[in-house]
Design a protein around this ligand. Structure first.
Ligand code: FAD
Length: 432
């Protein structure tokens, strides 16, 4: 009788979940667990808590959907509160499990959690599954990953590397052991979808669950919107100007391979063009930052990043005004109020506000990255740090940093001022 634990991390889905499939295949009895760590809400050195309300609510919705899917397949999902390094070995001991399955998350804290579980005596079988492309298929090993995105993309395209097909959800899950007793602090109730969430598209039936994610994919890729993605992707607001899949990718309610499959189906029906190519191109950026994290680990989190320049300075007052959307620059402030109020922000505005903090206010890029972590629904450690480092010129960008002129950006992307007018109320952005 083999009893195992499956630990859900940023993979809150049943479809195309290779780590979960491995756990099902190897176990007679399986306990499925999600652990909410207190570290997620601890104070940052910058004066605000690490995790914010938008992401928490979205993840709760994803968990509620996951639980429905698990229960309908004969399984049980436990949601525990505590440190995974402590909760999971305790649970393993209680149920007589020695093996734990999970996905690999390529960031220092998450790698340290897996190492601590191994030190506690668990046989941790972790599986890489968060990228579109399989690292083993790349035309270089991770240590040889090009430092610049264009070189990475060209090498991948030259070698014609393509994603593996997404796998189906398991029809049944192994049952939980009958002797399972719930530890104190565990939550057996379905996590409740609390209220509606501001997503980049205003559909009140949309939530963080895998079911909602798949419905969104179906709708978006059955429409003509992807045909003009390249022309619309720099818009600041509206519906379907970009794919809108990032919040689900971040919690793992969707896998990038499932997104890619829908993209290919769209191309078969409507034809491939520059715009549909550009969706693949952007998904490659996501992969690049994941592999880059795998290659450089904790070095990406240093103040000076990968570069040799001196560490950045910081101005706490200017940073506070930036967080609150009160810098005095109307376009920048609109973006920051949008972010604080909705938990989302267009890619263009992310670039503008990040550049403003780093290059105009001379603040530490890590403070901005932490604010994004606290506010963004789609926060993803690799994409967030990668993009901030890129704009700061302390990472993969061959040009030393990218400054976006905010006046020119406003003229180009908000020529009639409607975005600034939308966020003109100075009270919507909370100060940290
Ligand atoms: P689309 O334009 O439809 O793109 C499709 C997918 O491609 C996205 O969902 C995303 O997975 C990927 N992608 C697109 N652009 C990028 C990019 N520049 N870097 C990496 N992947 C990309 N994205 C996150 O998912 N989480 C973050 O925490 C995050 N932080 C960012 C911080 C800064 C400073 C900047 C400039 C960008 C950040 N991005 C982040 C990237 C990008 O802004 C979002 O992925 C995008 O806006 C999400 O909307 P979408 O799904 O409609 O994207």
């Amino acid at each position: 009788m083999t009893v195992s634990i499956y630990w859900f991390r940023n993979d809150l889905r049943l479809t195309d979940n290779a780590a979960l499939a491995a756990a099902c295949a190897a176990s007679d009895e399986l306990v499925l667990i999600h652990v909410r760590s207190p570290d997620e809400t601890m104070a940052t050195p910058w004066g605000f808590p690490r995790g914010g309300p938008h992401r928490r609510r979205f993840r709760d919705q994803a968990l509620a959907g996951l639980r429905r899917g698990i229960v309908s397949r004969g399984g049980v999902l436990l949601c525990l509160d505590g440190k995974p390094e402590q909760m999971l070995p305790a649970m393993a001991q209680q149920i007589g499990a020695t093996r734990l399955f999970c996905e690999i998350v390529a960031a220092p804290e998450e790698m340290a959690q897996a190492a601590a579980l191994r030190e506690a005596g668990l046989d941790v079988r972790d599986v890489w599954q968060s990228s579109l492309l399989n690292p083993a298929d790349l035309p270089f090993d991770i240590d040889g990953l090009p430092e610049v995105f264009t070189a990475f993309r060209q090498a991948v395209e030259h070698a014609a590397v393509s994603p593996h097909p997404a796998s189906a959800a398991p029809a049944r899950l192994p049952p939980a052991p009958p002797r399972l007793e719930l530890p104190l602090g565990s939550d057996q109730q379905a996590a409740t979808p609390a209220g509606s969430l501001s997503l980049p598209f205003s559909n009140p039936t949309c939530d963080g669950s895998e079911t909602s994610a798949l419905a969104h994919l179906e709708r978006y890729f059955a429409s003509a919107a992807p045909q003009s993605y390249k022309q619309t992707r720099n818009r600041l607001m509206g519906v379907d100007y970009s794919t809108g899949v990032s919040p689900w990718l971040a919690v793992g309610a969707l896998s990038p391979r499932t997104v890619f499959q829908h993209l290919r189906a769209h191309e078969s029906r409507f034809g491939a063009n520059d715009s549909t190519y550009w969706i693949w191109f952007e998904l490659l950026w996501r992969d690049f930052f994941r592999f880059w994290s795998l290659k450089h680990g904790a070095r990406l989190f240093r103040a000076r990043g990968l570069g040799q320049q001196p560490p950045p300075g910081h101005d706490p007052q200017a940073f506070s005004r930036w967080c609150a959307g009160q810098t005095g620059h109307a376009f920048v402030d609109a973006g920051l109020r949008d972010l604080a109020a909705t938990g989302t922000l267009s890619n263009r505005m992310r670039q503008v506000v990040a550049s403003y903090l780093i290059h105009d206010l001379a603040c530490d890029w890590r403070a901005g990255a932490a604010w994004f972590e606290s506010r963004l629904t789609d926060y993803d450690v690799c994409s967030n740090h990668g993009n901030w480092l890129y704009i700061a010129g302390r990472g993969a960008d061959p040009r030393q940093g990218r400054r976006f002129n905010p006046d020119k950006q406003a003229a180009d992307h908000d020529p009639d001022g409607s975005y600034r007018a939308r966020w003109a109320d100075p009270h919507v952005g909370p100060a940290p």
